[in-house]
Design a protein around this ligand. Structure first.
Ligand SMILES: [Zn+2]
Length: 300
C-alpha cells in the first residue's frame, strides 16, 4: 500500500442532523430554536467524545476533529479537552446547517453569507483551541464547488467533504475526475484542476461493479467493518485517503425520537459500532497515519 490515511472525527450531537435542525425539512428551523425548546437536556455527545479520545490514544493516533462551532458555547471544556490531547481542531460549520439544497443541490446562501458565518465559526474554534483552523468539512457533506473558493478566501487550506460513489452524490458536480485521493479542485467547481493553494481530501470507497463509500459513518454502522476495511485498503493503493467516524455513533444512550426516520437512523450505534471502529483501526495499525494539518503537499 503506497498511501497513508487520516483519521477524522465529526463533533456534532444528535440534533445537528438535517431532519431535526437547520435544513429545509427540519423540525426546528435553527439550532437556536432547538435550544429554546430543549433547555439543558441536549447533551448526548460529551461521554462518547471522551471514549473516542481514549480509543485514539490506545491506537496512538493524532486525528482531525471537525467541530460544529456552536458546540464550544453549549459544551464548556469539551473542545479544549480535544485540543489539549494534541488533535487538530477543524471546522464543521457554525450550526451544521446545509449550504446547498439536499434535493436540488442549489445553493441556499450567497458566498458572502457563507464566508461571514464560516469565518465566525473559524474564529470561535481558533480562540478555544489556540491554533489556526485551516480545515473544513461541509455539514452533512453537502458541498458545492463555490464553497471551496469562499473557504480559500477566508484562510482555509483544505476541505474534506467529497465522497465519490455509485449510491449518492451530495455535491453540485458530477465528480467524474475525482477519486479517493487528495487533489487541487478547479475554481467554482469540484473536479480536478491545476496547482492551487487549496486541497480537497475525498473519502475512501470500495470498487467492484459499483463504487461503495467506505470511509466510516453510516456505512460502517449499517454495512459493517469488512466493507470499510476493504475500501480503505483499496483506496490506499490509489493514494492518501480518509476514514471518519462520529462519537455519537458509539453512544449507548437512546436518543430522543424527534425528526423524520430518527428511530431507523439511529438503530445501529453503541458498543457494536465502537467494536467496528476498533477493528478497523487495529487492522490498519501498520499503515501510516497523517494528521491533515501535517499533510505534505508535494505528494499530490
Ligand atoms: Zn456532520
Amino acid at each position: 500500500m503506497r498511501g497513508s490515511f487520516s483519521v477524522t472525527v465529526d463533533i456534532e450531537d444528535w440534533y445537528h442532523i438535517p431532519s431535526v435542525c437547520s435544513s429545509p425539512y427540519a423540525v426546528y428551523r435553527t439550532v437556536n430554536e432547538f435550544f429554546d425548546k430543549w433547555g439543558d437536556r441536549y447533551d448526548y455527545l460529551t461521554e462518547p467524545t471522551k471514549r473516542s479520545l481514549d480509543i485514539l490514544d490506545e491506537f496512538n493516533i493524532t486525528a482531525t476533529f471537525f467541530v460544529v462551532a456552536d458546540i464550544v458555547e453549549h459544551y464548556p471544556g469539551l473542545v479544549e479537552s480535544i485540543a489539549e490531547r494534541g488533535h487538530e481542531i477543524a471546522c464543521h460549520g457554525l450550526h451544521h446547517a446545509c449550504k446547498i439544497d439536499p434535493e436540488t443541490k442549489e445553493r441556499l446562501m450567497s458566498n458572502e453569507e457563507f464566508e461571514q458565518k464560516t469565518l465566525l465559526a473559524k474564529k470561535i474554534l481558533e480562540k478555544v483551541s489556540g491554533e489556526k483552523v485551516v480545515g473544513y468539512r461541509a455539514p452533512n457533506a453537502f458541498v458545492g464547488g463555490w464553497m471551496l473558493d469562499s473557504l480559500e478566501n477566508i484562510g482555509f487550506k483544505y476541505d474534506s467533504s467529497v465522497s465519490v460513489n455509485s449510491l449518492y452524490n451530495k455535491t453540485d458536480s458530477s465528480l467524474k475526475t475525482v477519486s479517493s485521493f487528495p487533489y487541487y479542485p478547479i475554481e467554482k467547481g469540484l473536479e480536478v484542476g491545476d496547482d492551487r493553494n487549496f486541497i480537497e481530501f475525498p473519502w475512501a470507497y470500495y470498487q467492484n461493479v459499483l463504487k461503495i463509500p467506505a470511509s466510516g459513518g453510516p456505512i460502517l454502522r449499517f454495512l459493517g467493518a469488512p466493507l470499510v476495511l476493504n475500501g480503505l485498503i483499496q483506496s490506499l493503493k490509489r493514494g492518501h485517503t480518509i476514514f471518519y467516524f462520529h462519537p455519537i455513533d458509539i453512544s449507548c444512550t437512546k436518543f430522543p425520537s424527534v425528526g423524520n426516520n430518527r428511530p431507523f437512523y439511529w438503530c445501529m450505534k453503541g458498543k457494536l459500532v465502537e467494536h467496528r471502529i476498533r477493528h478497523v483501526l487495529k487492522s490498519m495499525s501498520d499503515v501510516k497515519k497523517v494528521c491533515l494539518r501535517d499533510y505534505q503537499e508535494d505528494k499530490l
